[in-house]
Design a protein around this ligand. Structure first.
Ligand code: BES
Ligand code: ZN
Ligand code: ZN
Length: 481
């Protein structure tokens, strides 16, 4: 999709369809729209869409009145949804060249970025593997706004972030046969070469030498070899001393291993690498946006399989940190691979860590599909992440992580068990990771409930959501020591 900004009067905007946000309780008098309010056809309610043809005096062929809700509640998140819903409706009608008018208080940078992000996210379909030529796609999206300082940069920001999010979504959507750990590493290498990022891929031998027994224990049940992807971005001149480390779970398929999962919905476990894909996507955007701090990503990639060589319940492995782990349940594999990746990130000099993982079914029980579960050992890093998530409309909710949850992970046979029993499953999983984050400021994002949409929304197709790419990019871009 071609993305541009123009600053011309509304009547002169060239497009097959021009999106005009309209607000609840405010009658739009232009575009022969006022009678539509009288009949109740248009109310301005959030995501209400009304397509008009043959509107006189406009260069645009059609006008799409897009409900923006109450003006006082209108924010960047609402703008993103509005643009997404509008693009999805227009795309369904094979409209190719779309523009959106930002007027009055909406003609500011955050709204311009959000409109572009919304358009790109709304255009995405998880149908790469469908054959046939009935695919509909938008050709161009133009942000029309009165000229203001930073308009072009804001539109660029939205494009870069939107494209990186869709890149991650495509990767998440790939099935386990097509996206193995080796292919995921290859994809990261290709992206890094295109974006001028440093990329290093550790293979089984390298990880063995580093003592990553926790990660490698998960991988031994699969014929697919494991890889640890490392991506590095370094600014020309770093401000401050912070080095952000992004750690993402990259289980390309999770059968559960010997503690095997039920068949029902197991096909969805192809999205168990969504945390890793989000980190690769965020790095892709950061390579272009160039934040003032170094950012490195660590993505442990494995396939969790049962088989005659697979890890057994009761096995004891030694993590890179030196701690021993009793593997009570082989389906709690995400924390096992993240433990070694977190240790490695710390040893590589990361001063702050954020991990993202489709870690537990329990977080879906706790928060449903609305909020990411956020866990931390550091309140100031938590505040930074929450501020970024709010700006980007990726909802997150802080969860507890008191020391006494550690009791649930006690075992007589090793330093720590990989599961904590029936209750508080998302918290005990986070507690396990905390053991390896040690004293490094760290935030853990459990995205099991939010990385995948079971049903499409007006502004987003079903399938991978790309969370939390936008938050991570914003976090690095807004970082000030
Ligand atoms: N990948 C799953 C978590 C998951 C569940 C992600 C549902 C997305 C949707 C993870 O590896 C897992 O299996 N966790 C177990 C942990 C349990 C064995 C303690 C779970 O949540 O059931
Ligand atoms: Zn699992
Ligand atoms: Zn898993």
């Amino acid at each position: 999709m071609q993305i541009t900004a123009v600053s011309v009067p509304v009547e002169q905007i060239q497009a097959d369809a021009l999106i005009i946000p309209v607000f609840e309780g405010e009658k739009e008098a232009r575009f022969s729209a006022s009678t539509l309010y009288d009949t109740g056809e248009v109310s301005g309610k959030s995501l209400e869409l009304t397509l008009l043809h043959n509107v006189g005096g406009l260069a645009a062929t059609r006008v799409l009145l897009a409900g923006a809700g109450k003006r006082e509640k209108f924010d960047a998140a609402e703008m993103r949804r509005l643009a997404g819903a509008a693009v999805r409706l227009l795309k369904g009608k094979s409209v190719k060249n779309i523009a959106i008018a930002l007027e009055g208080p909406a003609a500011v940078a955050p709204f311009a970025s959000a409109a572009v992000e919304g358009a790109l996210l709304g255009d995405f379909e998880p149908d790469r593997h469908k054959t046939g030529n009935d695919k509909k796609s938008v050709v161009s999206f133009t942000v029309a706004a009165p000229a203001f300082e930073g308009l072009a940069a804001a539109v660029d920001y939205g494009r870069i972030v939107g494209e990186a999010t869709n890149y991650a979504r495509d990767m998440v959507n790939e099935p386990g046969n097509l996206l193995t750990p080796a292919r995921m590493a290859e994809a990261a290498r290709v992206m890094a070469a295109e974006q001028h990022l440093e990329c290093e891929v550790l293979d089984r031998d390298a990880m063995q030498k580093l003592g990553m027994g926790s990660l490698l224990g998960v991988a031994i049940g699969s014929a697919e070899p494991p890889y640890l992807i490392v991506l590095r971005y370094k600014p020309a001149k770093a401000e401050g001393s912070a080095h952000l480390g992004l750690v993402g779970k990259g289980v390309t398929f999770d059968t559960g291993g010997i503690s095997i999962k039920p068949a029902d919905s197991m096909e969805k476990m192809k999205y168990d690498m969504a945390g890793g894909a989000a980190m690769i996507g965020a790095m892709r955007a950061l390579a272009q946006l160039k934040p003032p701090m170094p950012v490195s990503a660590y993505i442990p990639c494995v396939e969790n399989m049962p088989g005659s060589r697979a890890q057994r319940p009761g096995d004891i492995v030694t993590a890179m940190s030196g701690k021993t782990i009793e593997v009570i349940n082989t389906d709690a594999e995400g924390r096992l691979i993240l433990a070694d990746a977190i240790t490695y990130a710390r040893k590589q000099g990361c001063t702050h860590l954020v991990d993202a993982a489709t870690l537990t079914g329990a977080i879906v029980v706790a928060l449903g599909h609305m909020h990411v579960g956020l866990f931390t050992n550091n309140d100031s890093l938590k505040d930074r992440v929450l501020a970024a998530s709010k700006a980007e409309g990726e909802r997150m909710w802080p969860m507890p992580l008191d020391d006494d949850y550690r009791d649930y992970l006690k075992t007589a046979f090793a330093d720590i068990a990989n599961v904590g029993g029936r209750w508080g499953g998302a918290v005990t999983a986070a507690m396990f990771l905390k053991e390896f984050a040690e004293d490094t400021p760290w935030v853990h994002l459990d995205i099991a409930g939010t990385a995948w949409l079971d049903d499409s929304k007006p502004f987003l197709a079903k399938g991978p959501t790309g969370l939390p790419v936008r938050t991570l990019v914003r976090l690095a871009m807004d970082w000030r020591d």
